[in-house]
Every structure is written in structure tokens, then in C-alpha cells.
Write a protein that binds this ligand. Structure first.
Ligand code: UDP
Ligand code: MG
Length: 304
């Protein structure tokens, strides 16, 4: 049984994986840490899996889990947690953007008795302007929904075995590692790190993917959007009462008719608000449906 399992979700990381495996092995061996590396190949379309096999041949502390298709980073993290055998498990990116030195620092804190050690971004590295703007907006919404500072939070974390088992016992399909690992509690501390630049390969986060991710996580951790529907309804009711009184007054004073524009505008406006509200409610119903199906979070096709 190793004492530290390092979980590395990898999607199309053929360019970085060999180096990441080598660098981590070298540093952890230098620090005399008993480790294993668990690469989770998230259905890559390139040679990532054969790089995992090569790395395994060179170093038997390298293990691999291969998905039958791309299930996303969250699923890969949970597959890694399920496969990890260590007394503690760390999750880090496979592109060395999370500095290995910080991993060592986290491990030392774990040895001092901390159970959840969170990596917090001191700087965000290079991102495009549009991406940064979209990220900024959704991070602030997500922070409010999940009650953690999403703009600095990262998936770079080290968890004690007890915390890992707690996470594995949480049954939701739509897992969100950052929020779930904050929710579980335990003795926790934070470590700041600078996001390194990606040396090879490309980022898998398009702005569109980020928006979808944000909406899904806001819905998963907050029912505020549904409450907004009620508030919109209440606002409209107030408006309707005022307008109703005015209409009645006009009727009794003989100034009725006219008002075609008002009627059309009101019909269009109420119609669109009702439809948007139905969409919001539908989104939650869809999530209940997804959870009710009880499908597995991911499908493993091979392991090594
Ligand atoms: N990743 C994954 N599945 C995906 C997308 C990304 O396992 O569908 C992994 C990826 O291989 C990397 C980590 O998640 O190890 C972070 O992804 P990336 O570096 O593309 O994101 P960024 O660092 O740009 O936020
Ligand atoms: Mg990256």
C-alpha cells in the first residue's frame, strides 16, 4: 500500500504524459515518499493510453484506468479516487500546470495531520480576454451557488483516506469535485500556488464548455434559479394589480378601448417570462431524471 496516490486525469495528453510521469516519479522518489501514480485516460483520441502503458513498463508505480469514451474531468477524478490505494490521494492536472513541489508541500501538511489540503491559485496563468471575462462572470455566479471562492479554487487537492472514502460514498451522478470536497468538512488547510504555463498540448476548456460547466454546477448546487421564477411571478402580479385597477377606472369613466400596443407588449412579455421559467424548472426536472436513472458516472474499459 503506497502512502500517496497521485490521480492524474488525462484527456489527449500524449505530449505531456511521459514528462509528467517522469518528473513526478523523480521528485517523489527524491523526497522518499511512497507513492503511486494513477493516470485516468478520459477516452483520449490520441496516444495517451499507449503512453500510460509505456510509463507503466518503465515504472511499476504507474497505474492506468482507461474510459470507454470521454466522460469529463469530474468523472476521471472520481475514477482515480476509486482506484487509489494510498493512505491519502492527491488530484492534479496531467500537464504540470500544478507544480509538483506544491504536491510535496501538501503531503507534508497531511503528515502533520491535516485531512483536506486545498491548492488555491495565487495567479491564473495565461488566458484569453474573452475567456477570462466569461470565466469571471460564471465564477462569481458559481461562487454564490456553491459558497466557495471559485475564482481561486482548483482541483489540485490532497485528501486523507477518510475524506476520499466519504467522497466515494456520495451517490450523486453529477459530481463536482471542488464543491463536494469543500462540503465534506474535515481538518482542512490551504496552500497557495502559481498556475504554471502549459508546455505542450492544448487546453481542453473552450469558452462554450466553461459556460455549460457553470450552468450545470449552478443548478447542481443551488435552487436559486427556481426561486427567481417565483420572484418574477410576484413582480408580475404586482404589475398586473396596478394595471388592472387602471383598466377598471378607465372602464367606469368611459375611456376604454385603445391600448392595443399595451396588450400586445404584455402578451409577448408574459409569454416569454413563462417560457423562460418553464425552461428553468425543466432544467431541474431533467437533472432529477438524470439522477433517477442511476447510470454509472463512467465506464472503465481497461486498467493496468
Ligand atoms: N481533462 C480530462 N477530461 C476532459 C478535459 C480535461 O481529464 O474532458 C484533464 C486534462 O487532461 C488535464 C486537466 O483535465 O489534465 C485540466 O485540463 P486542461 O489543462 O485542458 O485545462 P486548463 O488547465 O486549461 O484549465
Ligand atoms: Mg491545464
Amino acid at each position: 500500500m503506497p502512502s500517496l496516490s497521485v490521480i492524474l486525469p488525462a484527456y489527449n495528453e500524449e505530449a505531456m504524459l511521459p514528462k509528467t510521469a517522469r518528473v513526478l516519479a523523480q521528485i517523489l522518489e527524491g523526497e522518499k515518499i511512497d507513492y503511486e501514480l494513477v493516470f485516468v485516460d478520459d477516452g483520449s483520441k490520441d496516444l495517451t493510453w499507449s503512453e500510460v502503458l509505456t510509463a507503466h513498463q518503465a515504472n511499476d508505480r504507474v497505474h492506468g484506468v482507461h474510459f470507454s469514451r470521454n466522460f469529463g474531468k469530474e468523472a476521471a477524478i472520481f475514477a482515480g479516487l476509486a482506484a487509489a490505494k494510498g493512505d491519502c490521494a492527491a488530484v492534479m492536472d496531467c500537464d504540470l500546470q500544478h507544480p509538483p513541489q506544491t504536491l510535496v508541500q501538501m503531503y507534508r501538511l497531511w503528515q502533520q495531520g491535516y485531512e483536506v489540503i486545498e491548492g488555491v491559485k495565487k495567479s491564473r496563468g495565461k488566458e484569453s480576454g474573452a475567456h477570462r471575462a466569461a470565466a469571471g462572470m460564471f465564477y462569481s455566479l458559481m461562487s454564490r451557488a456553491t459558497k466557495i471562492d471559485m475564482s481561486r479554487a482548483s482541483d489540485f487537492k490532497l485528501l486523507d483516506r477518510r475524506a476520499v472514502n466519504t467522497l466515494l460514498d456520495m451517490p450523486e451522478q453529477n459530481a463536482f469535485f471542488r464543491a463536494m470536497s469543500a462540503w465534506i468538512g474535515f481538518r482542512r488547510t490551504q496552500v497557495e500556488f502559481d498556475v504554471q504555463e502549459r508546455e505542450a498540448g492544448v487546453s481542453k476548456w473552450s469558452t462554450r464548455k466553461l459556460i455549460r460547466y457553470a450552468i450545470s454546477n449552478i443548478a447542481g448546487y443551488s435552487t436559486a434559479p427556481m426561486q427567481c421564477v417565483t420572484w418574477a411571478g410576484a413582480a408580475f402580479l404586482a404589475f398586473a394589480i396596478i394595471l388592472g385597477i387602471q383598466t377598471l377606472v378607465r372602464y367606469f369613466t368611459g375611456h376604454a378601448v385603445e391600448g392595443f400596443t399595451t396588450v400586445i407588449l404584455l402578451v409577448l412579455l408574459t409569454g416569454s417570462i413563462i417560457m423562460i421559467s418553464l425552461g428553468v424548472v425543466g432544467y431541474y426536472v431533467a437533472r432529477i431524471y438524470e439522477e433517477a436513472k442511476r447510470r454509472p458516472r463512467y465506464i472503465v474499459s481497461r486498467t493496468v
